[in-house]
Design a protein around this ligand. Structure first.
Ligand code: ANZ
Ligand code: ZN
Length: 823
């Protein structure tokens, strides 16, 4: 018979779909709305297997929602600013814009061929001036709220990319992008005050429980890092020409109840404080030490493995509850930008303090007796519960919570401290010394300082710089565009200079999902009402690598926009699905391993539908897919089998299925009902398995059952086409046409399930005698009570059990239970 031409059907249907444009939401309120959002791509190269997977999974859901009768918003755009494109452009000696927009066209073409059900009319690129105009506008609104500010501080610096990095972009002390070891630099940079939102970012996660992966919620909680504890004030008695003076230093501790065990204080070596309190005779040693420390990464510094180093600052601090005098040291294991940058060291109950004490010969005093060996001799700090000792008023207590509460009470009464909450989260450093990003809309004026660019002068467009050297040199390439940099101050009209840094691209991606709701809006970033109709997005699909970067930033943006009165909700994404990775031979695909799989080649060999089907069928969406274990060839064979069914149907379109073969009808209706449940629970792979089963049952019915003219066959094959439209749109459309219908099958609607056809053929009835199960009978679900009683009493096992007994009573609950009372 005819063979199925995979490539031919792709060329045939693409133009038809482009003409029909079937995936534009009506947005008129006639149907319930659903926003299907997928993480937009970076335009660095063509699409790869990872994109193919996420798009296949995402599209199952979007197409399912269309079939279910929702009004679906499924937009696409490009996260088109950023380092990867800029670096690639430098390597190729091209302008980043040339490279970026060429890649976008390539990717867009690939997405269309891959037949993702996007609404192309909403397409956006974050590097378009009409988009970044509003990124700049939002920055200015943040600034008005005091949520965007500039400060001088030591920042993460990537020596290869020659730019600063956010904390979130430093992974194990390395640059997230290039892997270089990150160092510190003292620079004046722009920040977003995400720390103001730490508690709300935590609290609102309760609403995401169950619809976001636990893993992502745990990572965000950990990143925000809430610690309850206390601020405790110690007075430092200064030395040298400051002798006789006191300086109050506050420490952050999670264990104020161990205050009587504090035997020394440690100040971060790179904090200003260390330099300020250092005694003159220790200054030389201190300065040498600090310069060494500046080179190390935070991860190394916090490691318990690392040998402890430090310098005695030559001054003493006074314990606020005991009056005891303790030495003050500087060390690198205390971080300058966590807590207050100073700690009270309790070596008996904190291992890092104990290691330091032993290294430096400082005293150790146990204040909680846990029954374990004394840390002073064992070298092992104890952190568990026990009885307070050598702790003044706490002595004899055994409850930690009470101990903490009592000390905080006392500190607060004496004005020497307060209970407090500390967060690990730092403000979001957003300036980058690179060209290909959104310019920061600020002008620096000698007289007026930092001046906002007025809204009506936005966008501040990037200077062309075509032909200029964009290689990173540690200052922004924008600084070289003299004509662009030199401007007039919007406030006083005098000479001024533009800010030459650009924004982190995570700023661009923190609000793109809002812009999709109001494409082309020219008098604002988005329309509050339009956004309110679609948001929060019903489902966001994307990689877990964004757990603490993009997903945290987007949540923060949404909350700020809420507080600015620009949106009515506080969380952007109601549900989140993290797909697994596509790997090959058990390993992540990489150039060096030579195990990369080329998506284009796979599509050329097996067709789009087989690749999509393979991705969906591989397993639960969250699991990794090892391409080496997959069989796109097998997927293609299945699609051919399904397609062949559509050529065998001999009844006319519109034939009433009633009266058709009941067994086949039942199989069809059961498949639809199950698929519904499975799709709601994201068990897409099982849906494919069910479609395969239905194809097999239908093939049997045609060849050796009711035959191709039976109306149940048409019903079954049409159902296969509709279900397949979620996964294999080309094959489904081709089948639909062969069945005598007009395109497009993607919008015909979900098949109606007849509940009468969902009943099983038999049910299991249980026969009990005196409450004990004696027999199980397979009976018709419509069996009458009399029939069931007769069947039960005739069953051999029941007859045997009743031998010699008299049946006193029979209770029948058809079709499931017969209870016999005998004696
Ligand atoms: C005394 C103490 C006794 C502590 C004890 C712990 C156990 P988390 O939970 O991570 O917030 N610390 C405070 N600021 C620090 C800094 N800038 N660099 C390094 N360590 C710092 O940890 C809080 C605890 O880490 C604080 O409580 C402090 O040590 C230390 F048995 O104070 B603790
Ligand atoms: Zn001015």
């Amino acid at each position: 018979g005819a063979t199925y031409d995979v490539v031919g059907v792709q060329d045939k249907w693409r133009p038809v779909w482009e003409r029909l444009d079937p995936f534009r939401p009506a947005d008129d309120g006639s149907k319930e709305r659903r926003y299907a959002l997928t993480m937009f791509p970076y335009p660095s190269g063509d699409l790869h297997m990872g994109h193919a997977e996420v798009m296949a999974l995402h599209d199952v859901l979007a197409r399912y929602w269309w079939q279910k009768g929702y009004d679906v918003l499924n937009p696409i755009g490009w996260d088109s600013f950023g380092l990867p494109a800029e670096n690639a452009a430098i390597r190729r000696d091209e302008h980043p814009a040339t490279y970026t927009y060429a890649n976008i066209e390539t990717q867009a073409e690939s997405f269309r061929r891959y037949a993702v059900s996007f609404d192309w009319s909403r397409r956006l690129h974050t590097s378009d001036p009409e988009y970044y105009r509003w990124t700049q506008w939002l920055f200015l609104r943040f600034r008005e709220k005091g949520l965007a500010y500039r400060k001088m501080s030591p920042v993460n610096w990537c020596p290869v990319d020659q730019t600063v990095l956010a904390n979130e972009q430093v992974v194990q002390g390395m640059c997230e992008r290039c892997g270089a070891e990150v160092t510190k630099r003292e620079l004046s940079q722009w920040y977003f005050k995400i720390t103001d939102y730490a508690q709300r970012l935590l609290d609102d996660m309760d609403d995401l429980e169950g619809t976001w992966p636990d893993r992502v919620l745990a990572m965000q909680r950990n990143w925000i890092g809430r610690s309850e504890g206390a601020h405790v004030d110690f007075d430092i008695e200064l030395a040298g020409d400051q002798a006789g003076e006191k300086r109050t230093v506050t420490v952050f501790t999670t264990r104020p109840d161990t205050l009587y065990g504090a035997t020394f204080m440690v100040v971060a070596a790179d904090a200003k404080l260390a330099e300020e309190v250092c005694a003159p005779e220790q200054r030389a040693a201190f300065t040498a030490y600090r310069d060494e420390v500046r080179k190390a990464s935070d991860i190394d510094r916090l490691s318990t493995e690392r040998p402890k180093t430090g310098v005695d600052l030559g001054v003493t601090a006074v314990n606020p509850v005991s009056g005891e005098r303790i030495p003050v040291w500087a060390s690198d294991y205390v971080l300058a930008d966590y807590g207050t940058g100073a700690i009270m060291a309790v070596p008996a109950h904190d291992q890092r303090d104990l290691d330091f004490a032993r290294e430096m010969g400082l005293p150790v005093r146990r204040v909680i007796d846990t029954g374990e060996d004394n840390p002073e001799t064992s070298g092992v700090a104890t952190s568990g519960d026990g009885t307070y000792v050598s702790s003044g008023p706490l002595d004899g207590l055994t409850d930690k919570a009470t101990g903490i509460a009592r000390i905080i009470e006392q500190l607060e009464a004496d004005g020497r401290g307060t209970g407090t909450v500390n967060y690990r989260l730092r403000d979001w450093l957003l300036s980058r010394q690179r060209f290909w990003g959104c310019p920061i809309p600020i002008v620096h004026c000698e007289k007026c300082g930092e001046v906002d660019v007025p809204d009506d002068q936005l966008p501040i467009e990037l200077p062309d710089l075509r032909g200029a050297d964009l290689k990173p040199k540690g200052t922004s390439p924008l600084a070289a565009a003299t004509d662009w940099v030199e401007t007039t101050c919007p406030s006083c009209g005098g000479e001024a200079r533009r800010d030459t840094d650009t924004m982190d691209t995570f700023v661009d991606s923190s609000w793109y999902f809002l812009r999709y709701c109001s494409p082309g809006k020219t008098d604002g970033p988005f329309d509050r009402e339009e956004v309110g109709r679609w948001m929060p997005a019903a489902q966001y699909v994307g990689g877990v690598e964004h757990a603490i970067l993009h997903l945290l930033y987007s949540r923060f943006f949404t909350k700020v926009l809420h507080d600015l009165g620009l949106v009515d909700f506080v969380e952007p994404f109601a549900a989140l699905l993290n797909q697994g990775q596509v790997i090959n031979q058990g390993k992540a695909m990489s150039k060096s391993l030579g195990n990369g799989v080329d998506l284009g080649q796979q599509i050329d060999a097996y067709g789009v539908d087989a690749v999509r089907l393979t991705m969906v069928f591989a397993g639960p969406p969250e699991d990794d897919i090892d391409w080496a274990d997959m069989s796109p060839q097998g997927s293609l064979k299945f699609l051919q089998r399904a397609w062949r069914l559509s050529g065998d149907v001999t009844s006319e379109p519109g034939t009433d299925p009633a009266g058709g073969d009941v067994a086949l009808r039942k199989a069809t209706h059961k498949t639809v009902a199950e698929a519904d449940q499975l799709l709601e629970n994201h068990r897409f792979n099982v849906v494919v398995a069910r479609i395969m089963e239905l194809v097999n049952v239908t093939r049997k019915a045609i060849d050796s059952g009711c035959g191709p003219a039976d109306p149940a066959v048409r019903e079954a094959v049409e159902t296969v086409a509709i279900l397949l439209s979620l996964v294999a749109p080309y094959t489904a459309e081709e089948m639909w046409e062969r069945l005598g219908h007009e395109p497009t099958v993607a919008r015909v609607g979900w098949p109606t399930v007849d509940p009468d056809l969902l009943t099983d053929d038999t049910v299991t009835a249980i026969v009990q005698i005196q409450g004990k199960v004696k027999a199980r009978l397979e009976v018709s679900p419509d069996i009458t009570e009399d029939e069931l009683e007769q069947l039960a009493l005739a069953d051999p096992a029941v007859v045997a059990a009743l031998e010699g007994k008299q049946v006193r009573k029979v209770i029948v609950r058809a079709p499931k239970l017969v209870n016999v009372v005998a004696g």
